[in-house]
Design a protein. Structure first.
Length: 298
């Protein structure tokens, strides 16, 4: 059973990660992974000091049996390792039993892709008639054609987007911070969303406007009548679920949309270096796989 002492350790772990300038999404994930591992230990009444390398292997097998994805298992193992390094640093345990253990292999294979043209077809069926629909179009374009990641998108603030004449640029904060120019269609979609957002915000009292510093709002309630200051990961997943159901796109998620963006940029004549800069990548990774597949298919 989780105890107040466990809660305190987890809070200190999260604070330690934030002090190291880890992304908010990473802090959330690693803390959740550590919590899951502590609950796993609870089922065996195993104290932290009794944990051995074999314990982590058993936890990995437990995750695989629970049908977690390979890369999800890998990330959870990394999160637990980080947690135990923190415990050793804090002298809760003498040293981490996991440092010498190799990580599970990363699954570098390309996922089942979204069929080319599906996103364009979906956008043709979407109309910006209110704040929510304008937001959905802008977000879909950022994910599918600009390759923005989920954790980047939900952290955008209103002043990160700059529009001058027919050109739009976006500052992407975080460890891989960068400024990127947006495609004309994305710029237009962002402009429409901003008009709806500013029009809606103007109807609020000044004191009610203060929390709305994030670029993308979220909606609550059956009819979306309650507008909240910040898009969440859950809200983003639900948005894509709605679009997938509406336009019959079975594999729509942020990871596949990033692959879709790479394909789109390659088709528009971008080279690997341009794409890496736009996406904030330090290694070729999946871009090389897309290039190889395009050569194979040509």
């Amino acid at each position: 059973m989780m105890t107040p002492a466990s809660d305190d350790i987890l809070k200190r772990f999260a604070a330690n990660l934030r002090a190291k300038d880890r992304q908010a999404a990473t802090v959330e994930s690693y803390t959740r992974d550590a919590t899951e591992f502590l609950r796993y230990l609870d089922t065996f009444n195993m104290p932290l000091k009794a944990v051995e390398p074999e314990t982590l292997l058993a936890f990995r097998d437990h995750l695989i049996t629970a049908k977690d994805r390979e890369n999800s298992v890998r990330r959870k193992i990394i999160g637990v390792r980080q947690f135990f390094r923190f415990l050793a640093f804090e002298k809760v345990i003498s040293d981490s039993p996991f440092d010498a253990m190799p990580l599970p292999e990363r699954d570098e294979s390309l996922k089942i892709p979204i069929i080319p043209g599906q996103i364009e077809s979906a956008l043709k069926g979407m109309r910006a008639t209110n704040l929510k629909s304008a937001r959905d179009i802008a977000i879909l374009r950022l994910l599918a054609f600009e390759g923005i990641k989920a954790h980047e998108l939900i952290e955008f603030q209103t002043n990160d987007y700059v529009h001058s004449k027919d050109k739009g640029s976006l500052f992407v904060p975080g460890v891989k911070s960068r400024s990127i120019y947006l495609a004309l269609e994305t710029t237009e979609a962002m402009g429409v969303y901003r008009e709806y957002f500013e029009g809606w915000l103007a109807t609020r009292k000044p004191s009610q406007q203060v929390p709305f510093r994030f670029l993308f709002v979220s909606f609550k309630g059956k009819d979306g009548s309650l507008v909240l200051p910040k898009m969440t990961r859950h809200g983003l997943k639900f948005l894509l679920y709605e679009l997938g159901e509406r336009f019959k796109i079975p594999h729509i998620n942020t990871e596949n949309l990033r692959h879709y963006a790479i394909e789109h940029q390659l088709a528009n004549g971008w080279d690997a270096e341009q794409i890496m800069q736009h996406l904030g990548l330090r290694r070729l990774g999946n871009i090389g796989k897309h290039i190889a597949r395009r050569k194979q298919d040509s």
